[in-house]
Write a protein that binds this ligand. Structure first.
Ligand SMILES: [Zn+2]
Length: 118
């Protein structure tokens, strides 16, 4: 495909843009977690009876789950970029039919068509 507005090239750009944003987000979350760990390193670890300890534990759990979700999104984007490189981008992983330009525009890392995603 060598059209002026190549949809695959556009998808690749969208994927790489999202990936860069998520990488920055993941790095920030890792830094947050490191900061939380450093803040609790001096504490006596009595989370149960220290209200501030409970807050920090909650914050750490939230940050960790956010990082987990960010990394899952990154893995999905990497998969989409790999499919793009292999020439299989845009094919439904289930039925093999095209995922659809509209769906890919909304979700560049979509692996299934609307019908199979339901
Ligand atoms: Zn399908």
């Amino acid at each position: 495909m060598h059209l002026p507005d190549d949809p695959l090239a556009a998808a690749g750009r969208a994927l790489r843009d999202q990936r860069a944003g998520l990488l920055a987000q993941a790095a920030a979350l890792r830094a947050d977690l490191a900061g939380i760990a450093a803040a609790t390193a001096g504490a006596d670890g009595d989370d149960e009876h220290d209200p501030e300890g409970a807050t920090i534990a909650f914050e750490r759990a939230q940050t960790a789950s956010l990082l987990e979700r960010t990394e899952a999104r990154l893995a999905a984007l990497d998969g989409a970029l790999a499919r793009l490189a292999a020439g299989r981008y845009g094919d439904c992983a289930r039925c093999g039919r095209p995922v659809g330009a509209e769906r890919l525009a909304a979700r560049p890392d979509a692996t299934t068509c609307v019908g199979c995603a339901r």
